[in-house]
Write a protein that binds this ligand. Structure first.
Ligand code: ADP
Length: 657
């Protein structure tokens, strides 16, 4: 899973109208469906209206037929009733005319003057008094029928119990002479209830209004709810009567209603889910934005990092490198990611060591302070790198590889090496300076054996010339000469060993031996200054791993500083105590003088380079001693001497083979 090229997440937000589109589509869809339903509804209404009209026309025709049938019956009945020749046929006809189906409730026959000659059914007394109406039977209709010679309908008039009646006057002529008139009395209510069939009255309410628009008869008492109504003149009988037919509220049409309802629910669900989707998208967009800035920030961080970073999986395969690492080695990320060891940037001459380091890292045994390896750039240039490796743990806590930081330490190492060399040169110079300072004393010291050799030699020659020397005596003198020569050679060897310029060479060293050498070198000087040196070296000290010349240098420096400090001390008190001891896993070398001690203002700067209080001092002695102590992982410190003066303590770690 290479991590080199994460594509930046798209961050262009959609335009603002983008989200209105689905809402607009839903609105459009609902509008279209509503329009469709409205059209269906309108078509329905049209159809209902057409049906209504057809039914009304049928109804009207029905009435017309009935009136015509009734009139035909009255025409037949007229002569028979007026002549008074009523037989069974007439009775049968009367019965038919008064059949409830016909709507006629009474048949009257009038003489030519309009007087009632007879009635079927006959009038009751109460009706005869004419309490019901003053116009019964209608005189106007009688006259008009007589003059026109054809049936005429009277106006409708109210009678008791909310009943409305009208009459049809059928004049009877014979040979051009008016014999009288037959009147059929219709009950409007009976007519409606009998002539309107059940199926018709289930669908419509049939009523009759007068010329004032007031309802005077109706088939049903229930008022219809719907407004779909049709009104035609009720002809005959006419006289401003209108037949009003109103449709009852049609059945609730469930399908469109259900359709509309489910459409509404569906639209609401769509809008809701769109809204949810939009919220989700907004959250997602915000997260993407955050991710994008995080990514940009990380990228910027990664690019500006000076330390090379490199991730490897558990098999050592490279899974990620940062730009600094690529710059360091000269290979691109594309080339490096996926590579398995040996890597192209491992220097061939150090491949064994590098491969060992690699195994150490994969084994999880890399030291926390890091490892140094020699690597190679693509152009062949070598460089030293410090690797610090740590386990790579993923977000689920699994160990998936190793993350390493790589720092080019070539320059640092070069600088360190330079500093080390300078320090070494400085130390050598300091030794030369010390030796220069001790030169006259040493020359004097060397002079003594040489003078002794010379005088032994002269004495020997004289004795030989005089032949007064026995071979035994001669042997003794020559042995003395040899001893003195050895003494001189030892002084020269010590000087040579001390000033010899060499690379630091660590070896197992006997501390006491080194101290004795140092004492051997400074003894003549001490004698010149009348300083007594007390040496107290502990027996059986373990060896230390050290450069003996450097340790000797420290010892000589400390001894000479101690002697310098005692310049003003009375002669009998000028004693320098040297001691060695083993202490807490360290070897300790102490130099205790009885000098003037170290005041605090001097103590602060004691180890600073070129700090001196002496006229001819260089001020590098203690500084060099401290560097040597640190190089040997030891310490150099001082404390006041309880007997007066100062004690310098130099410690070295015991070497463990
Ligand atoms: P130098 O001996 O050339 O002055 P050092 O670095 O050896 O340089 O010593 C620095 C200074 O420390 C000395 O000049 C002296 O003042 C002080 N000093 C060193 N050792 C002692 C000592 N044993 N007692 C008192 N002062 C000391």
């Amino acid at each position: 899973m290479p991590h080199t090229a994460l594509p930046p997440p798209s961050s262009t937000p959609p335009p603002s109208w983008y989200w209105s589109l689905p809402y607009a589509a839903v609105a459009l869809f609902i509008a279209a469906m509503a329009a469709l339903l409205w059209l269906i509804h309108r078509e329905d209404a049209e159809e209902q209206r057409a049906t209504l009209i057809t039914d009304v026309l049928w109804m009207e025709q029905n009435f017309s037929f009935q009136f015509e049938r009734n009139n035909a019956l009255l025409v037949q009945l007229g002569p028979e009733l007026l002549a008074g020749t009523t037989g069974t046929i007439t009775e049968a006809r009367l019965k038919r005319a008064l059949d409830p189906e016909s709507g006629i409730i009474r048949v009257l026959w009038l003489d030519p003057d309009g007087k009632v000659k007879g009635a079927e059914p006959p009038f009751t007394n109460h009706e005869m008094v004419g309490e019901t109406t003053g116009t019964f039977p209608s005189a106007a209709a009688f006259r008009l029928a007589r003059s026109l010679g054809r049936p005429v309908y009277s106006e409708a008039y109210a009678v008791l119990e909310n009943q409305t009646q009208f009459e049809v006057h059928q004049p009877v002529f014979e040979g051009g002479q008016h014999l009288g008139t037959v009147v059929g009395v219709y009950s409007l209510n009976a007519l409606l209830s009998r002539q309107v069939p059940w199926w018709f009255s289930e669908r419509y309410r049939v009523s009759v209004t007068n010329n004032l628009g007031v309802e005077i008869a109706a088939k049903s008492k229930v008022s219809p709810l719907a407004t779909l109504a049709y009104e035609i003149p009720f002809e005959p009988p006419g006289h401003g009567l209108n037949l009003v037919i109103t449709a009852y509220k049609s059945e609730v049409r469930w399908i469109p209603l259900l359709l509309m309802g489910s459409l509404g629910v569906l639209a609401a669900a769509i809008v809701w889910s769109l809204w949810q989707l939009r919220r989700h998208m907004q959250r997602r967009q915000a997260a993407e934005q955050a991710l994008s800035s995080e990514h940009a920030f990380r990228k910027a961080m990664e690019d500006s990092l000076k330390t090379g970073m490199r991730a490897r999986d558990l098999n050592g395969r490279i899974t990620y490198v940062n730009p600094a690492f690529c710059r360091m080695v000269g290979w691109s990320a594309d080339e490096l990611v996926g590579m398995q060891p040996p890597m192209p940037y491992w220097a061939p001459e150090a491949i064994e060591h590098t491969s060992g380091v690699h195994q150490q890292i994969l084994g999880g045994k890399a030291p926390a302070q890091g490892l140094e390896v020699r690597l190679m750039r693509k152009n062949g240039e070598r460089f030293d790198a410090l690797l610090i490796e740590a386990p790579l743990i993923d977000d689920q806590g699994r160990h998936i590889g190793w993350m390493g930081s790589v720092v080019d330490v070539t320059e640092q190492k070069r600088a360190q090496e330079l500093a080390r060399q300078q320090q070494e040169r400085l130390q050598a110079t300091a030794r030369l300076v010390t030796m220069g300072e001790m030169a006259s004393t040493l020359a004097h010291e060397l002079n003594q054996p040489l003078a002794a050799i010379s005088s032994y030699n002269t004495g020997c020659l004289n004795m030989l010339e005089h032949g007064s020397i026995a071979p035994d005596e001669l042997t003794g003198v020559l042995q003395k000469i040899g001893k003195q020569a050895q003494r001189a050679a030892q002084i020269i060897r010590r000087v040579h060993a001390f000033v010899r310029r060499s690379e630091p060479k660590f070896e197992t060293v006997d501390l006491n031996g080194v101290i004795r050498e140092a004492v051997g070198l400074v003894e003549p000087d001490a004698a010149r200054r009348s300083v007594g040196i007390d040496v107290d070296l502990a027996d059986g000290l373990p060896p230390v791993l050290a450069d003996p010349v450097m340790i000797e240098q420290v010892a000589i420096n400390l001894i000479r500083n101690g002697m310098d400090a005692m310049a003003d001390t009375p002669r009998r008190e000028r004693r320098l105590k040297l001691a060695t001891r083993a202490e807490d896993g360290m070897l300790l070398f102490c130099v205790a003088d009885r000098g003037r001690g170290i005041p605090p203002e001097v103590a602060e700067k004691l180890f600073a380079p070129f700090f001196t209080t002496k006229e001819e001092g260089m001020g590098m002695g203690l500084n060099i001693c401290r560097s040597i102590a640190e190089l040997h992982r030891g310490r150099l410190s001082f404390e006041p001497n309880p007997d007066g003066g100062t004690i310098f303590r130099f410690t070295l770690p015991v070497s463990h083979p």
